[in-house]
Design a protein around this ligand. Structure first.
Ligand code: C2E
Ligand code: MG
Ligand code: MG
Ligand code: MG
Length: 279
């Protein structure tokens, strides 16, 4: 009985695995042509100061859809792009789009924002990353203080010394860095004081049940207090309710981002939101 069930499970498992492998191949193949076929675009999610209630930043988030696959989630295609190395050209494209968009909004006289761009660990480790980023800023005419690179704790796992050196170079060029999904990576606390980051993005998994779960409350409160004593800014991700917002305000979290404010928006919709808050 047990053996038969086991064998059956195994067959079922391999079929599912085969299906997943086939899908993965399909996604990677399609990704190769995504940029030249103009299938990608960037959306922008507002980041709001809890002190002033105003939009002070935007996170650039990549979107991709194809006629064959429809809309593919970043949770699926970003890992595929990382494994295949395609994240390097794709990431460069996102950086340029986001920097150009920030410049366009400045030129339009909209309130100045910091543009946050996600950087994969693979991109972070490419040679000359700091000068490449500086080059994009120079070509698009954006002062470095308007750009923030979101790194994950993963950048420092393999080679902490190399990561610190790259961060120092970015910092020397006036480019800001934040740690994304903070609290999920374990590795960070020992390195944090050596990292030239200015902001911690508290992962949304801690924020989700913040109004009801006392452990999540304790974790978030500890992160905020630690950040304050290290002189770092905090932003909470995935804020969806006013209850979450109120708790974060009580804890003196600096900023929030999430559906409670707005989902990620196309540039025109983001502009409309920004101009509505203009004095
Ligand atoms: P992330 O950088 O942590 O981005 C936050 C994710 O949370 C985004 O998902 C955003 O749409 C979503 N989100 C924002 N507010 C809320 C909320 O209130 N509730 C919930 N449930 N979700 C919220 P998205 O756009 O699907 O991106 C997922 C991940 O894919 C990102 O996580 C990031 O790690 C990666 N990613 C997206 N764009 C890029 C990119 O251009 N380059 C790289 N390297 N990674 C990217
Ligand atoms: Mg991010
Ligand atoms: Mg995050
Ligand atoms: Mg994430």
């Amino acid at each position: 009985q047990v053996k038969r069930a086991g064998r059956h499970d195994f067959r079922f498992f391999t079929a599912a695995m085969q299906q997943r492998a086939a899908r993965h191949l399909q996604v990677v193949n399609a990704l190769r042509y995504a940029l030249e076929r103009e299938q990608m675009h960037v959306v922008y999610q507002p980041q709001v100061s809890l002190k002033t209630g105003r939009i002070i930043g935007a996170e650039a988030l990549l979107r991709w859809s194809t006629p064959e696959l429809g809309a593919v989630s970043p949770a699926e295609f970003i890992p595929a792009a990382e494994e295949s190395g395609l994240i390097v050209p794709i990431g460069e494209w996102v950086l340029r789009q986001a920097v150009r968009q920030a410049r366009t909004w400045l030129d339009a006289g909209l309130p100045p924002l910091v543009m946050a761009v996600n950087l994969s660990a693979i991109q972070f480790r490419t040679a000359n990353l700091p000068s490449q980023v500086a080059q994009v800023l120079y070509e698009e005419g954006l002062p470095p203080e308007y750009l923030e690179l979101e790194l994950t704790e993963g950048v420092a796992v393999q080679d902490p010394q190399g990561a610190i050196a790259t961060m120092n170079q970015l910092h020397d060029r006036g480019i800001r860095m934040s740690i994304d999904d903070f609290g999920t990576g374990f590795s960070s606390l020992s390195h944090l004081k050596k990292f030239k980051v200015y902001k911690l993005k508290i992962d949304q998994s801690f924020v989700r049940d913040i109004s009801t779960d006392s452990e999540d409350k304790a974790i978030v409160s500890a992160i905020i207090n630690m950040a304050r004593s290290l002189g770092l800014t905090t932003i909470a991700e995935g804020v969806e309710t006013v209850e979450q917002l109120e708790f974060l305000r009580e804890q003196s979290c600096d900023e929030i981002q999430g559906y409670h404010i707005s989902k990620p928006l196309r540039p025109a919709d983001f502009e409309a939101l920004l101009s509505r808050q203009r004095d």
